[in-house]
Write a protein that binds this ligand. Sequence first.
Ligand SMILES: *[C@@H]1O[C@H](CO)[C@@H](O)[C@H](O)[C@H]1NC(C)=O
Ligand SMILES: *[C@@H]1O[C@H](CO)[C@@H](O)[C@H](O)[C@H]1NC(C)=O
Ligand SMILES: *[C@@H]1O[C@H](CO)[C@@H](O)[C@H](O)[C@H]1NC(C)=O
Length: 377
Amino acid sequence: MLKYICVLLISLSAVCYCQDSVTDGTELLLTFLTHRHGDRTPISSTVALSNDVEALEDATARYGYGQLTDNGRRRAYQLGQFLRRRYDGLLSPAYNRSEIYIRSTDSTRAKMTVLSAMAAVYPALEDNWSADVNWTPVPYTTVPAKYDFNLAAVNCPAALSITYDDTYPAELDQYTDVLNELSDISGFNASNLLIATQLYDVYVSQQSLGIPLDPRVEPIFPQLEAIAGIGWEYMFNSEMNLYDSGVLLNQFFTVADQIIAGEDVQRVQVYSAHDANVFSFEGVTRVVKRQGAPKYASMYALELRQVIETGEYVVVPVYLNTPSEDVITYLEITGCGSRCEYESFRSITADYILDEDTWRTKCGFTEDMEIDTSSID
Ligand SMILES: *[C@@H]1O[C@H](CO)[C@@H](O)[C@H](O)[C@H]1NC(C)=O
Ligand SMILES: *[C@@H]1O[C@H](CO)[C@@H](O)[C@H](O)[C@H]1NC(C)=O
Ligand SMILES: *[C@@H]1O[C@H](CO)[C@@H](O)[C@H](O)[C@H]1NC(C)=O
């Protein structure tokens, strides 16, 4: 009878993991994360979608298009504060290259974001290098855009030529009225899902710059946000996920394998990148439900943990919607829950694990091809 109760309790606890119990009884071995840059000015190609192009251009002028703003720096700093809080156990107070690997895309906003974040991860210590500079330099590495596996949107011709049919997800049907209204207000065809998604993007940057939305957009903004989430799902089908995050996933397994084998590798691995990276990484790790259009400085981490009692290795997917609120979500892996046994996780995601050479071949990469970096400059 006692045995029976035990089994019952164990199976009950397996189904009702509450937020905090996901990591109970585990030791954190590695966090492997990608995050979006902080708030930015609009990308030049989207400015025309705004209801107040002139004010938006004025507010953008001091930064340039697609650049991190002051709000963006603050949000990035909050991301760093979050990282310090959550991963304090893996990081010494002072920067130590053996503990943290930091890589940014070669995009000004991603690089500036990670610099701001690291200022919070490594605040100046009492025993510091300067009497009057209250800041510690923390280096990151980057890769030219043409060769960066995190920039498929720039350097992977196959990803750029994915074609979409006009069959939109059925859940969009409930928004027909909202889309019509948005078309009326904006003068653009919001029923085209890609345009609706761009409208959302430009409105978000506009709000961050303190320029009010059209008063008719305000009340339907939550619906537009939901529509943008549908747009992201539509664009980031399994093919796109593979091109955008297959190599990153492979990188996770490389590092996790090394750690399990007892090798010395950095236990905090940070990739400063873009909304596409966060969203497609959710895709290749096969989470049950992706978290919508990624917000500024949102973060998605795979934590490799070891269950103390059993020695079992598990992967815990952690999502930070915005560093401005200290609320994380433990995502669920399809068929494996929010604490997924390591080798099961590898089998479940196997179709999306791509080594870099195979990725380039699949992309149709050629050494002499021209790339357009205007979306990330
Ligand atoms: C840096 O971190 C490594 C790995 O944890 C450790 O072996 C080394 O002693 C640390 N170095 C310093 C100066 O703290
Ligand atoms: C940094 O060191 C200087 C002395 O060299 C000290 O005056 C200053 O307070 C230190 N900064 C912090 C944040 O402790
Ligand atoms: C707007 O876009 C939708 C979806 O692509 C299309 O079906 C519709 O014909 C377009 N409307 C106009 C007026 O172009």
